[in-house]
Design a protein. Structure first.
Length: 150
């Protein structure tokens, strides 16, 4: 059986929006750029919602688009995602926005067109939910945070 090609359909909601692009052939993610009317300054501890000016459509319900931080912005300036990873569901057709937080010690000014995050399209397992009276036993059992050592 031939596998259907995955397609990321992108609609510009604003003419100055930058289409997602991979920086190198080995890049897992597509860079997302800010689409702003003016520079947006993010102060330490502040959370902002950054527009991309884009809407996307995935190939079907078996996919989701995950929004991850850019490591350079996070490691150099403390600018990362407020929700750790953003999830764009396959049936969402609104604007893709990026919730960002400044964990650094200095204000950071985001420019329109600047790469602010990366979008990774990934398959999603959609198992049937089944309620059970008990779960199978394992060696770890219910051991949680830190239970396997340092």
């Amino acid at each position: 059986m031939e596998e259907k090609a995955t397609v990321l359909r992108v609609r510009r909601l604003r003419p100055d929006a930058v289409l997602p692009a991979r920086a190198t052939p080995g890049s897992a993610g597509y860079d997302l750029c800010a689409c702003l009317d003016e520079e947006l300054t993010v102060h330490p501890g502040e959370i902002v919602k950054v527009s991309t000016g884009l809407a996307v459509e995935l190939s079907g319900n078996g996919y989701a688009a995950m929004i991850y931080p850019r490591s350079g912005l996070a490691s150099r300036y403390g600018l990362t995602l407020a929700n750790c990873v953003g999830v764009v569901d396959s049936d969402y057709r609104g604007e893709v926005c990026v919730a960002m937080i400044n964990l650094g010690t200095k204000a950071y000014a985001i420019q329109s067109g600047e790469r602010i995050a990366q979008l990774v399209v990934t398959p999603v397992a959609l198992p049937t939910v089944e309620e059970v009276a008990a779960l199978s036993d394992t060696v770890r059992g219910t051991g949680g945070f830190g239970s396997t050592g340092k």
